[in-house]
Structure formats: C-alpha cells, structure tokens
Design a protein. Structure first.
Length: 313
C-alpha cells in the first residue's frame, strides 16, 4: 500500500462521487449510483467501481454521506453538536472491504433553534472543508448555508458546528412541481433560463413584500398568475422557487438575528439563487464549491486512518 494514495467518496441518496488521490492531487474521478438506487450491496458496488484503482495501492478509503445511514453500508451513529473536526474524527466507523480499510464519517445531530431534533449526513464534511479552505471561518461565529434537497443553515463557533436548521426546500419544490395543480395551468410550455430567472426574482420580491408567513397564500399565485395574468410556465416555476427559497431565507434571517455574510456551500447554480434571496433580505454571501469542500473536509478527516470504531464489513 502507498500511504500517499487514498480514495475519497461522497455517497448520498441519489449519487456517488469517488476520487482517487495522491497527496492533494486528484488522479481520477468516478460517479456511481446513490444509496437509494443500488442494484447490489454497497460493498459490491464500491469494489466494482474502484477495481482497477487498487493497482495504485490506496492505503484507505474515506466515505461520507448516506453511506453511513441505516440504509447504507453500515450505520455510523450521529455525533452530537457541538462538534469539532476532532469529535467527528473520533467517531469514524472503520470497516474492511476485501482487504482495503474503509472509514465512514458519522453524521451530526442537534436540537435546532426551534427546539426540535435535527440531523445531517455529508454536510458536516463540506462544512469542515469550508473551514479548511477559509481559515477566517474557524474564528468567531459564522452562518453557513448548504442549499439542496434538504437545505441546511449552520452556525459555526470558533471552528465547531454548534447548531443547524433544516428546510426541505428542494423536496417541496419537486413535489409541487411534479405532483400538484400549480404547474399544470400552462402545460407544454418550453422553459428558458431567462424566464426562470425573472420568475424567481418576482417570487423573492413577494416574500420580501409580505413576509414568509404569507407563503401558503402566495404559493397559489403560481397557478392564478398563469390563468389570469398570462404568466408563462417557466416564469411560474421560477416564481415558485423564488417563493420557497425567499421564505426559507427570510425565516432563517429572523432566527439568526442578522444574516451578515453567509458562506454558501454547494452547486453553483443553486448557490446563485440563494445568494439573490440573501441579498434581497439584507445579507451578503460568498460561494464555496461543493466538490472542493468535500475534498477539503475529507482531507481534514483523513489523518484518522487508525481512529474510530471498528466493525465487521
């Protein structure tokens, strides 16, 4: 084995991203099915994907995300907040995959700002990566956002993740778009980036005007504006997205007190939308690439090769 060669992976519900690394250099990347769509066991799927990579002599593989859930390869119990990189490192689950040591990163749990239980898996690694990429984030109190199917708003104090709040914005949008009457007033309309963007801006503006408490009533405008105002379907879908992201941002602003500068970790296209909503609510934002954050976070944890709890594969 070559101690400088490692395999890093972000294995979520919908996709798997694997990286073969030597030092800090990415030698190769492969994508695979998410935990929610496997036709074989996680172990078999992983070993097939990394088969020829074994020739490079990787010393270990380090995986984060839903691979550590109850439906994943093996459950990695949540670490409670506040949690630092060292706390997460100490709770890595170590298994063996045909002679290759594999470590699985645990998720995090907390009691959120609303007093309810909250959980994350995978985002904790991106957060650690953001801290590694920007040392200023490891000092003082900061707000980070990870837009996605289940958007996370995260508070970091002096480098430790102290609390977070989840909003299933992407999932709600997909459900309303695909399974509600809201999107069916103008069936068959072609979508354009310009229409989506214009509709999004209008949706955010409606939330700024009336506040997030009006969201249930404003959502119906997605349909009524198509029927009575001739709103094109692409603008209507952008409008719906703007309402949901705008309301999420507005609610978080009232929870956090003042948005200030928010670090947005994730895919650029979605981060742009959240940046617009944050600006509309008086804040500012700086983007952090999701892939870069994952790799930096796994690098932070990779020194834990011999740490964690050992279980059978």
């Amino acid at each position: 084995m070559d101690s400088s060669v490692t395999i890093f992976g972000d294995w979520g519900t919908s996709r798997l991203r694997l990286f073969l690394r030597q030092g800090k250099m990415v030698l190769d990347r492969r994508d695979g099915p998410g935990i929610g769509s496997l036709s074989k066991s996680p172990c078999e799927t992983f070993l097939e994907l990394v088969g020829d990579w074994r020739e490079a002599g990787p010393s270990q593989a380090l995986l984060c995300g839903m691979v550590g859930s109850r439906n994943g390869w093996v459950e990695a119990p949540y670490a409670a907040c506040p949690a630092s990189a060292a706390d997460i490192r100490d709770r890595l689950i170590q298994i063996d995959a045909d002679g290759l040591p594999v470590a699985i990163v645990p998720g995090l749990s907390c009691r959120n700002a609303l007093g309810g239980p909250d959980v994350m898996r995978g985002e904790e690694t991106q957060i650690l990566g953001a801290l590694a990429l920007n040392a200023d984030l490891a000092k003082g109190r900061h707000l980070l956002a990870l837009p996605g199917t289940h958007t996370k708003w995260v508070v970091v104090d002096d480098g430790a993740i102290t609390s977070f709040l989840t909003a299933p914005v992407g999932e709600i949008y997909a459900l309303l778009r695909e399974h509600s009457i809201l999107a069916k007033a103008a069936p068959g309309d072609a979508e354009s980036a310009e229409g989506l963007a214009a509709g999004f801006t209008r949706g955010v503006a409606r939330i700024v005007e009336h506040g997030p408490g009006a969201l249930p009533h404003l959502i119906f405008e997605t349909r009524s504006r198509q029927l009575l105002d001739g709103l094109a379907k692409d603008e209507a879908m952008g409008f719906l997205s703007g309402l949901l992201i705008g309301a999420d941002t507005a609610t978080t602003s009232s929870w956090f007190g003042k948005l200030g500068q928010v670090s947005l970790i994730g895919a650029p296209a979605l981060s742009v939308l959240y940046a617009e909503a944050i600006t509309a609510h008086g804040g500012a934002s700086v983007p952090v690439d999701g892939d870069s954050a994952v790799l930096a976070g796994l690098t932070t944890l990779s020194s834990a090769q011999n740490s964690g709890v050992h279980v059978l594969a």
